[in-house]
Structures are given as C-alpha cells and as structure tokens.
Design a protein around this ligand. Structure first.
Ligand SMILES: CC(C)(COP(=O)(O)OP(=O)(O)OC[C@H]1O[C@@H](n2cnc3c(N)ncnc32)[C@H](O)[C@@H]1OP(=O)(O)O)[C@@H](O)C(=O)NCCC(=O)NCCS
Length: 184
C-alpha cells in the first residue's frame, strides 16, 4: 500500500472495484479498446474484468473510490504484433482518472505492478491519440524503464478490428497510434 500526499492508496483490485474500473476505462478509452461496434461499452468492460480483476492494482481515494488502475497478465507466448519474443506478459490497462492525472499515480501503479515480475519480459501496447502527437503514456513508460520495441504506426487498430469509430471519447478520431514497448 502506497500513500500519496493527496490521500491515494494503491491496493489489489477486488470484485467490489469492478464496476468503477469498467467506468474509468470507458471514460478514458471510449471504444478504442473494444473490437467491433458496440454501444454497451461498460458491460463489455465488466465482462472482461470479471475474469481478469485479480491481475490488477487500483489507486483508491480516501472514500474507496477507484481513481486509477493497472494490471499485468499471465505468461503467454503469442502476440498480435508479429514479434517472435517467446514468453512474455502483457500490461493490461493503465488508466488514471482525468482529475488525478499528472500527480505520479500512473507511474507508481505501473512500477508497483512490474516490480515483482522477474520471470519474463513485459510488453506494453501503448495507444495514442493523433491529437496528442504520440502515445499518451510515453513519459510514464520512460520513467518505468520501458523501451520502444516496435512502432506499429496508425493502421494497427483499424486493421485488427478495433476502433471502427469513437462513441464517447473523441468522435473525430480516424486512427490511433500503436507502439509496442518492452520492460526486461
Ligand atoms: C497515461 C496515464 C495513465 C498517465 O497517468 P498519470 O497518473 O497522469 O501519469 P503520471 O502522473 O505518473 O505522469 C507520467 C508522465 O506522463 C505525462 N502525462 C500524464 N498525463 C498525460 C496526458 N494526458 N497526456 C500526455 N502526457 C501525460 C506527465 O507529464 C508525466 O510526466 P512529467 O511528470 O515528467 O510531466 C493517464 O494520462 C491516462 O489515464 N490517460 C488516458 C488513458 C491512456 O491513455 N492510458 C494509456 C493507454 S496505453
């Protein structure tokens, strides 16, 4: 458990956090993380988190409200990026509530999640909005000792069936950046 000056603690995610986690992901990523068209974003996020919440840590405020989350998945060998890197783990979502961004929470969450992983490299699929000019998390990744492994440009998401259109994040977005980072 880590105490921030701003009264935030980092704890393991529990079932009771799932709904708040799903809403936080929907608010910050819109439909960008979802394959295919769907208006029921929260339900899709909840369905995914019900099976994966045990991988996550969450940042909670003094009232127990989830303001950030980060997870790292199980060891796997396959990936969608054309990389032949053998065993690795994926960073799942890293999201911090807009009102709490730029206070070190994302960096602390990610550092906290990777500190106990020593069995294989960890990949991070960094997503970025065109309006930001690069992946949103590049500074956080630098601070957590990730390095760029492969730049998949602006066509990856469309080619893989993601992001057919944005529902509630940025309706004008036509494509997003995708860069794969690695922590070894
Ligand atoms: C990316 C994200 C998780 C970072 O969380 P955070 O708690 O704000 O991160 P930190 O405070 O630890 O900041 C790390 C660095 O990232 C930069 N940063 C934070 N938010 C940023 C944003 N929205 N856009 C660009 N850079 C940002 C900060 O400037 C900081 O560097 P600095 O302190 O040297 O200036 C958060 O901005 C977020 O949830 N964004 C929306 C969802 C998203 O893009 N997630 C990543 C998907 S791959």
């Amino acid at each position: 458990m880590i105490n921030f000056k701003i009264g935030i603690n980092i704890v393991r995610a529990q079932k009771s956090h799932i709904n708040q986690m799903a809403e936080l992901i929907a608010k910050n990523l819109g439909t960008c993380n979802l394959k295919g068209k769907s208006s029921d974003i929260i339900s899709q996020n909840i369905a995914e988190l019900v099976n994966t919440f045990h991988f996550y840590h969450v940042a909670v405020d003094k009232n127990g409200l989830v303001v950030g989350l980060c997870g790292i998945g199980d060891v796997k060998t396959d990936n969608d990026y054309g990389l032949n890197i053998g065993k690795h783990r994926d960073v799942l979502y890293v999201v911090v509530d807009e009102n709490f961004q730029r206070q070190g929470i994302g960096t602390t969450l990610l550092k906290n999640c990777i500190q106990n992983i020593d069995d294989c490299p960890v990949l991070y699929e960094a997503w970025g909005e065109i309006k930001n000019g690069d992946v949103n998390s590049y500074k956080m990744l630098e601070k957590c000792s990730f390095r760029l492994l492969k730049d998949l440009g602006t066509t990856f998401y469309k080619e893989h069936g993601y992001c057919p259109y944005c529902i509630n994040k940025d309706k004008n977005c036509q494509s997003c950046f995708c860069k794969i980072y690695i922590h070894e």
